[in-house]
Structure formats: structure tokens, C-alpha cells
Design a protein around this ligand. Structure first.
Ligand code: G4P
Length: 498
């Protein structure tokens, strides 16, 4: 076990992500939280790092902005005796995979919902990941200063659409132009308007009181109302979060469960950020510390490479500044300068052979064959494709039908990113051929004979993922449906870990 001073450091850490559909107010809320922490002093400071809406089809512009956003990848600050790490998630849906992976590195999440729009697609998808991982979530109903949906309808919608029980913790005094303030339901003012008095009666009758255990299990979400823009209801959320959100949680490795208070350091890589500037071609590998304490210039064991490594210039992220750090604790994220040693999912330890689970790949939605367009540059192309896949830019499959490489992504932009980077970083040229595929499903079965028959019959639709696992490429929802009916013992998974 760690000495108690180090244990206290870990206990006071709160590492979370804010997730939302674009425009619900994630950036504004993040910024207000940073203002409370004294980490920034003027509103608007985070804004410049946001991927601007106008840039949706111009990925170079997006990459430029993503470049700036290295500094906002993790925003650390102290508040009320706690150390908070907010892990940023890209707003653009074509980088959804980045967001999924970031969610594997947090101990809790805040879901921001625009109270005029209710639950939107991106929120629903991200929440699925939280549910799968049983991540505790809090819900912030934002933009109450605008005319929006009825608060009870919003809670109903959140319960139904996000698949989680909800209970309000704060309530808004009015909505739209009449919106002024919020109050804590369990500490409500003596004088309330008739309408709010009625609301309170309904709440007392319908909703359970907040149960922290249920929240920590991922079964119950406390709901807050407010306006990030007007800075109303934000402090209530933050105060509740520091007292109720979990400190770093145990993390499951294939070999055993790792407890944050263990004295031996362990960490896993959940994100690699490449520098697109050809003059500074280094990457930063982001590691979430799962246990113990990380020290600069100390040898750690890179499990996959079976190699000891030490880091002279690890960075931590305080507010929007990247700083070299001498030590960091379980719950923190350290950025390690990298020249191609790391890939997503890599584990660092103090010597133990550990492999962290829970960094699944998600079934991509767009598929293309990638072919070499310059016969002299075959090697460069292979190297480039492999490295970009290690960084988690997209997923690679090998068709069992013809041995060709298939790249799977969640959005068109990723293909453009790959092509550009192959050309500029690896001097390789590629061409694409679209595959009209619907989903890639990882398959498993207890029934070996049935699995065998399936693999033979569907040979032309089978591929291997980068770990050599069998993947069924269904070309339509209908085909997938039929396969599920015909092969009752085969499970079709939309993520690579099940
Ligand atoms: P995002 O990161 O989730 O994409 O959203 P962001 O915070 O950028 O907010 C999207 C828009 O919604 C911004 O307006 C922002 O000012 C506004 N907004 C955020 N919170 C609230 C709120 O509580 N009430 C109201 N009324 N508006 C809110 P914009 O016009 O797109 O940008 P800007 O010109 O204000 O910068």
C-alpha cells in the first residue's frame, strides 16, 4: 500500500468527462467549471479550442484545431480541496471512437442535455458506452434560460432514452425569460411559487431520494438544472460532484483487479495524439494511471514490448497548460512523448505482466478497401497503415476472401485524414474502393460445429481484425438478422470485447 499522504492524493482526485451532443453546451460548462477552479480567469478561454461548426467538412481545419486541443485533452485544477481532471472529448462525430476510448479512462461522467432539444443522437450513443461500463453519470439540463421542454418531460426523456433511473437534485425557479436561479430540492426555500410548490409535491411522490450507492453502481443519475451560459446551477453541480463522484476506481486487467492504492505503478494508454506538423513528428501518448504513483525519470515496464523505459519529460495538464511533472497519482493522466513505441491499449507497470481490459473497438460504420497507388512505396504504405491503426485513427481488417486490407471508420473524415497522413508522413499513396457494408461483428460461439459451418458458409464475408479475431462483415441489416436467426448459438457482437 502507498504511504497515507499519497493515498490522500488519490482519494481527492475526481477524473471525469463531459459528454453531449454538439452544441448542448459542453464547452461553456467546462469553461465555467474551470472558472470556479480559478484555472482560467476569463470566459471564452476554452472557446478557441473548440472544433468550430463551420469546419465540419474541412478536416485540415479540424486537425489544426485538434492540434491546439492537445492542451485541453485533460484539464486539471484544484477546487475545494479536490483535484479535478476533466478529460476532453472531441465534439465531431467522425471522431466518436476517440470519445469512446476516452470514456474508458474516466471514473464518472457528466451528460449535458440541451433542455430545448432533449436527448440527441450523439448523447444516446455515448451513454451506451457509459452503461456498458457502468460509469456513474450526472445529468445537467442546460439552457434553462431558454424556452424549452417541461422539466418533468426532460427527466422522463432522459430515463427512457438513456436507459437510466433519474432523480432531480436541483430544480429551476422558472424557465426561459423567467428563469432566475436553482435551488437544492432537499434544502428548498420556505417560500415557493404555487407552480413550484406543485412541482415539489410531484417530486416528493415520484422520485427516490438520491442514493449514492445506486449512483456509483451506474443505476441512478442525479439530475441538475441550470444555464452554463449564465453560470446558474453550475456550482451546485460541481459541489455535488466533488462530494459524490467516485475517486479513482479499481481497474480490471486480464490477470487481476488493480486497486488504485497499490504502491506499484500501473497505467494504460487510451489515446495517442499525433503532431501533424511534419517538422515535429512526435506524438503524445496519454496514459491513465490506474494505481500507485508515477515518477519522472524512473524505469517502467512496457509490457507488450517487454522493455524497460523511462521518461524525462512527462507532462501533466494543469488547466490549459502542459507542464513537465515529477510525479502523478492514480486517477491522473500523464502525457508521454512518443516516437512510435506505444499503441492504444498498451500497459506500463513496475514490472508486472498486466494487460488492461476494456478498450474495445466498436463496429465501424464505413468500410473501404485500401490499395497501394504507388508500386515503389509498398513498404511505406504498410508501415504507415500499421502505425496509424496503432494510434487508433481507424480499424484494419483483412478480408478472408481475397486477403485485401479493409479500413473501417465511423466517418468519411477519417479516410481523408489517413490519405493525407500517408502522403505527408510516410510518402505513400493509397486509393480507396468503397465496400457497401453495414456492420462488422465480432463472433463467438460455444457450439464449435455450428461456428465451423458458419465460417465455411460465410467465408467470403469473413475478415480478421488486427488481433486475428474473426469478424463477420454483414452487408445489410437483413443479412445480419438472417444470420442471427439461422445460427442460434453464435453471438454477434458490435464491440471487440464481450
Ligand atoms: P458544445 O461545446 O456542446 O458544442 O456547445 P457550446 O458550449 O459551444 O455551446 C453551443 C452554443 O450554445 C453557444 O452559442 C453557447 O453560447 C450556447 N449556450 C451554452 N450554454 C447555454 C445556456 O445555458 N443558455 C443559452 N442560452 N445558451 C447556451 P453560440 O451562439 O453557438 O456561440 P457563442 O457565439 O455564444 O460563442
Amino acid at each position: 500500500m502507498l504511504p497515507s499522504a499519497d493515498q490522500n492524493e488519490i482519494l481527492r482526485r475526481r477524473t471525469f468527462a463531459i459528454i453531449s451532443h454538439p452544441d448542448a453546451g459542453k464547452t461553456t460548462l467546462t469553461e465555467k467549471l474551470l472558472l470556479y477552479g480559478g484555472a482560467i480567469h476569463v470566459a471564452g478561454a476554452v472557446k478557441s479550442n473548440k472544433i468550430r461548426k463551420t469546419a465540419t467538412s474541412d478536416w485540415m481545419e479540424i486537425e489544426k484545431q485538434r492540434g491546439i486541443s492537445v492542451a485541453t485533452s485533460v484539464m486539471g485544477f484544484d477546487y475545494s480541496g479536490y483535484h479535478i481532471n476533466i478529460l476532453d472529448t472531441p465534439g465531431h462525430q467522425d471522431f466518436a471512437e476517440d470519445t469512446f476510448r476516452t470514456l474508458t479512462a474516466v471514473d464518472s461522467a457528466i451528460v449535458v442535455i440541451d433542455s430545448a432539444k432533449g436527448v440527441e443522437t450523439q448523447t444516446r450513443r455515448l451513454m451506451e458506452v457509459c452503461r456498458m461500463r457502468k460509469t456513474p453519470v450526472m445529468v445537467f439540463m442546460n439552457k434553462m434560460d431558454r424556452e424549452g421542454k417541461d422539466p418533468f418531460d426532460l427527466i422522463d426523456e432522459a430515463e427512457k432514452e438513456l436507459g437510466i433511473h433519474c432523480t432531480p437534485v436541483t430544480w429551476a425557479n422558472g424557465q426561459g425569460l423567467k428563469f432566475e436561479s436553482v435551488f437544492a430540492i432537499n434544502n428548498r426555500p420556505a417560500e415557493l411559487s404555487e407552480k413550484i410548490q406543485e412541482d415539489m409535491e410531484i417530486i416528493d411522490e415520484v422520485y427516490p431520494t438520491f442514493d449514492r450507492e445506486a449512483y456509483l453502481r451506474g443505476d441512478l443519475a442525479p439530475v441538475f438544472f441550470g444555464s452554463a451560459y449564465k453560470t446558474v446551477g453550475v456550482q451546485e453541480l460541481l459541489d455535488f460532484l466533488v462530494t459524490n463522484a467516485p475517486s479513482p476506481l479499481p481497474v480490471t486487467a486480464e490477470e487481476r483487479t488493480v486497486e488504485p492504492m497499490e504502491d506499484k505503478f500501473t497505467a494504460f494508454c487510451f489515446k495517442i495524439h499525433a503532431n501533424m506538423d511534419p517538422n515535429h513528428r512526435s506524438c503524445i501518448a496519454f496514459f491513465k494511471i490506474c494505481s500507485g504513483k508515477f515518477l519522472r525519470n524512473t524505469y517502467y515496464y512496457h509490457v507488450r514490448k517487454d522493455q524497460q523505459m523511462r521518461f524525462a519529460a512527462p507532462t501533466c495538464f494543469m488547466a490549459q497548460k502542459k507542464e513537465t511533472v515529477d510525479e502523478a497519482f492514480a486517477g491522473d493522466v500523464v502525457g508521454l512523448p512518443d516516437t512510435g513505441n506505444f499503441k492504444i491499449g498498451d500497459t506500463l507497470t513496475a514490472g508486472e505482466h498486466l494487460h488492461f481490459k476494456g478498450l474495445p473497438s466498436f463496429s465501424p460504420e464505413m468500410f473501404k478497401y485500401i490499395d497501394n497507388a504507388d508500386p515503389m512505396k509498398q513498404k511505406q504504405l504498410e508501415k504507415g497503415v500499421n502505425q496509424l491503426m496503432d494510434e487508433g485513427v481507424a480499424q484494419l481488417f483483412i478480408s478472408q476472401l481475397n486477403g485485401r486490407k479493409i479500413i473501417g471508420t465511423v466517418g468519411q473524415l477519417q479516410f481523408e485524414v489517413i490519405q493525407y497522413r500517408l502522403e505527408h508522413e510516410y510518402q505513400a499513396k493509397c486509393k480507396w474502393q468503397t465496400l457497401p457494408m453495414y456492420k462488422a461483428c465480432w463472433i463467438e460461439s460455444d457450439d464449435d460445429a455450428e461456428l465451423d459451418t458458419f465460417l465455411k458458409r460465410k467465408a467470403q464475408y469473413m475478415a480478421k481484425d488486427k488481433e486475428g479475431r474473426d469478424v463477420f462483415m454483414a452487408d445489410s441489416a437483413y443479412v445480419l438478422n438472417m444470420a442471427q436467426q439461422d445460427y442460434k448459438h453464435i453471438k454477434f457482437h458490435f464491440t471487440s470485447e464481450f
